[in-house]
Ligand binder design. Structure first.
Ligand code: AMP
Length: 398
């Protein structure tokens, strides 16, 4: 069975065709600059052959049409006909409070997503456009919405409430939602399999360009660091993460920004990029810090320190921890970040083995010392596979 996974942004569309018998992607592609001049599609098949089509895509419908054509391309495609696609899984940014899990898409689901579009104005319109386009060009093929937020819907009210008037929460649904749910779900399920322990206390650190930590008890999320939007929590590539709201208002006034410009500023100009005034990319910062750049080192240290504090607070929330798990581009690859984060964690019973931490290997691995009470795992995330598994389960009840 082949499942198409679609991850649409405002002007981009990433896709993977996954063979569910092997759970491997047989095709990966990306459409960029949709709605702009100079849009293009790049696709790689399992043999590593790359197809590049430069063609204007004026909306997501045109993008989907091009994707369908590329997938059946005789030389560069992976299937003979689109009838081979059993179902489509759509990554959708925001569920609001309306959905607690993934859902088979019908007109009612689309209406609810449209109502919730204001909770994610950058992503939701692209998500909805893609769903509608796919339904139009692939009638009869089951479509499933897999939300970035629903894995966190098990958080108790005490974790998701902001200390604002309750009536404002009720009226406008302002609360912590959490994001990266497909990754946290995939990683927690794989970790539970690896540890052989359904009853477990896990702290999952998804560290990439965007980063978040979650506390997962017995497979269910009880807290997470992102909030009403993905801006809250950790220091990220270009996002500030937690900041005193009064400080951000002070910056807004000093820089003469509009409220919208301030939100853009906190999302795009801060984080690692802001502190280092050099780069949002951890590899660049590692190289610069090694060469003696003090602001690059400060950015790395501040980022690691905040993650350490979140781990500490989630260990308190969980009353202990069985495993701290690293995933995402930084979590999976940055030896120095894992070292900074996990140093002096003896109080938690978590001891990092420096030699295991420095090894570069593929797949899931344990980098704690043999006598460490808590395990420390590196577990590569696979959000597309997570979406494909959900899609298969919902569309075919298996
Ligand atoms: P992601 O958003 O998950 O793709 O992660 C992107 C982040 O991972 C960027 O900050 C990259 O610099 C970082 N990253 C990727 N590979 C490495 C590496 N080998 N060492 C350190 N950071 C890395």
């Amino acid at each position: 069975m082949k499942i198409l996974v679609i991850n649409a942004g405002s002007s981009s569309l990433k896709y993977q065709l996954i063979d569910m018998d092997t759970e491997k992607a047989i095709l990966k592609g990306l459409c960029e600059r949709i709605t702009f001049e100079g849009s293009e599609l790049t696709q790689k098949n399992a043999a590593g052959e790359v197809l590049n089509i430069k063609q204007d895509m004026k909306d997501h419908t045109e993008a989907i049409q091009l994707v369908l054509k590329a997938m059946v391309d005789e030389k560069y495609g992976a299937i003979k006909s689109i009838d081979e696609i059993a179902a489509v899984g759509h990554r959708v940014l925001h569920s609001g409070e309306d959905f607690k899990s993934s859902v088979v898409i019908d007109d009612e689901v689309i209406k609810i997503c449209e109502k919730n579009a204001e909770l994610g104005p950058l992503h939701m319109p692209g998500n909805i456009a893609c769903i509608k386009s796919c339904m139009a060009v692939m009638p009869g093929v089951p479509m499933v919405a897999v939300f970035d937020t629903t894995f966190h819907s098990t958080m108790p009210p005490k974790a998701y409430m902001y200390a604002i008037p309750y009536s404002i929460y009720e009226q406008y649904k302002v609360r912590k939602y959490g994001f990266h749910g497909t990754s946290h779900k995939f990683v927690s399920e794989e970790a539970i399999k690896y540890l052989g322990k359904k009853e477990s206390k896990l702290i999952i650190c998804h560290l990439g360009n965007g980063s978040s930590v979650s506390a997962v008890k017995d497979g269910k999320c009880i807290d997470t660091s992102m909030g009403f939007t993905p801006l809250e929590g950790l220091i990220m590539g270009t996002r500030s993460g937690d900041i005193d709201p009064a400080a951000s208002e002070y910056i807004r006034a000093k820089l003469n920004l509009t409220p919208e410009e301030l939100v853009q500023y906190l999302n795009k100009k801060c984080g690692l990029m802001g502190i280092s005034e050099l780069s949002s990319d951890m590899r660049d910062l590692n190289a610069a810090a090694d060469a003696g750049n003090e602001k690059a080192l400060l950015a790395i240290e501040a980022c690691a320190y905040r993650i350490k504090k979140y781990i500490g607070s989630y260990a308190a929330a969980l009353n202990g921890v069985d495993a701290v798990i690293f995933t995402g581009g930084i979590g999976e690859n940055s030896v120095i970040m894992r070292k900074f984060i996990m140093s002096d964690m003896d109080y938690l019973g978590a001891k990092l083995d420096p030699a295991k931490n420095a090894l570069r290997e593929d797949g899931i691995r344990d980098i704690a010392t043999d006598d460490s009470k808590a395990r420390i795992l590196i577990l590569p995330t696979n959000e597309e596979l997570s979406i494909a598994r959900e899609t298969k389960a919902l569309a075919f009840n298996k």
